[in-house]
Design a binder for this molecule. Sequence first.
Ligand code: HEC
Ligand code: HEC
Length: 89
Amino acid sequence: MTNPSSNKKKTLLYNLIFIIFCGAIFLFLWKAPEETTAPLPHDSDHEKFFSMGKKEAEKYCTDCHNPEVVALPADHPPKYRCLFCHKKQ
Ligand code: HEC
Ligand code: HEC
């Protein structure tokens, strides 16, 4: 015989475990690259971006960071939203 109230508790528990699990994965993926990734440099090429909004500044990155001018490393991760990984500090 099934007991509906204990089933409900189980479902709640599984949902909780699932949420915690997803949170852990999310934190791992989000935190891991960020800590070792080079921040946006403070130099004449990059100084002007510190005072811009992120989306605004990112329009200019590929003017220089493209295979013809300053190529990114071959093993560079997916590169939309530069400033999510290369932080302004
Ligand atoms: C005017 C050209 C130019 C633009 C625009 C530009 N960069 Fe750069 N960037 C360079 C050059 C040249 C280097 C390599 C020399 C150096 O380390 O400063 C470099 C280096 C870097 C580095 C490596 C720093 C390190 O510590 O090794 C990062 C990260 C970077 N740029 C991010 C960005 C981001 C993000 C943007 C857009 C907001 C951007 N750059 C826009 C020219 C540019
Ligand atoms: C998902 C996070 C992420 C995004 C988004 C991202 N990068 Fe990177 N970038 C990295 C990591 C991690 C490295 C170091 C990888 C390596 O050395 O192979 C790196 C390396 C670099 C380097 C070389 C730094 C050095 O020390 O030599 C440059 C320049 C650079 N990225 C520029 C950019 C630009 C410009 C954009 C946007 C068009 C961008 N990145 C978007 C994570 C990111």
